[in-house]
Write a protein that binds this ligand. Structure first.
Ligand code: AMP
Length: 218
């Protein structure tokens, strides 16, 4: 199964992608995680991406499309994938379509996780990240809190707050979502691939709605 996850920053699409990839053995490809890793490793891509990420801007299409093209070419996606955080602009959606067609890969659905802007700002204030395994938690969302305050459930590392989760950057990221990313929801609607899920609830309920939509047994 090949899926594209859409939704505003903080909509929980990363959490849902991690849960679903665990359940179905799909590759979870998060462009945000790949970029954060590149920044941490100080690669050429990381150096170029960092200034855009810190400001809450999108990284230029050419950089991101190249990254996804490499993953598709590597053949590692053949057992099924979830794209989380890509595409984010109409040119990225069009490039993805051509890359998949060229490689003979079909995709099943684009799932959009809807949450309103006020709820997003509250959520993002509570978001915590494990710097070691990239697991995400939320101290403001029941069901998404770490078992021990401030520590990762998987490896006990001290949880951190992402630079781009600070309130002024979040507000800017939301406006970037509405102007640049929201139009691709219509792109997938026109392709009859879009499923919309109300994600303004706890992660387990969202996951159950997701399983219903993709017709996977709970
Ligand atoms: P995320 O973790 O998905 O919220 O992504 C964090 C940041 O990485 C975004 O605010 C962008 O700066 C950058 N980013 C991630 N995915 C993309 C993409 N598909 N296109 C452009 N920039 C991206």
């Amino acid at each position: 199964m090949n899926l594209i996850f859409l939704g505003p920053p903080g909509s929980g699409k990363g959490t849902q992608a991690a849960k679903l990839s665990d359940k179905l053995g799909l590759i979870h490809l998060s462009t945000g995680d790949l970029l954060r890793e590149a920044v941490k490793d100080r690669t050429e891509l990381g150096k170029q991406a960092q200034e855009f990420m810190q400001k809450g801007e999108l990284v230029p299409d050419a950089l991101i499309v190249g990254l996804i093209q490499d993953k598709i070419n590597s053949g590692k996606l053949s057992k099924g994938f979830i794209l989380d955080g890509f595409p984010r602009t109409i040119p990225q959606a069009e490039s993805l379509k051509s890359m998949l067609v060229e490689s003979g890969v079909t995709w099943d659905k684009a799932i959009c996780f809807n949450v309103d802007d006020n709820a997003i700002v509250t959520r993002m204030a509570g978001r915590r990240l494990c710097p070691t395994c990239q697991a995400t938690y939320n101290v403001n969302v029941a069901g998404a809190m770490p078992k021990v305050e401030g520590k990762c459930d998987n490896d006990g590392a001290a949880l951190t707050i992402r630079d781009d989760d600070k309130e002024e950057v979040v507000t800017h990221r939301l406006s970037v979502y509405h102007t640049q990313t929201k139009p691709i929801v219509d792109f997938y609607k026109q392709e009859s691939l879009l499923v919309e899920i109300d994600a303004d609830t706890n992660p387990d309920d969202v996951f159950n709605s997701l399983l219903d939509e993709i017709q996977v047994a709970k």
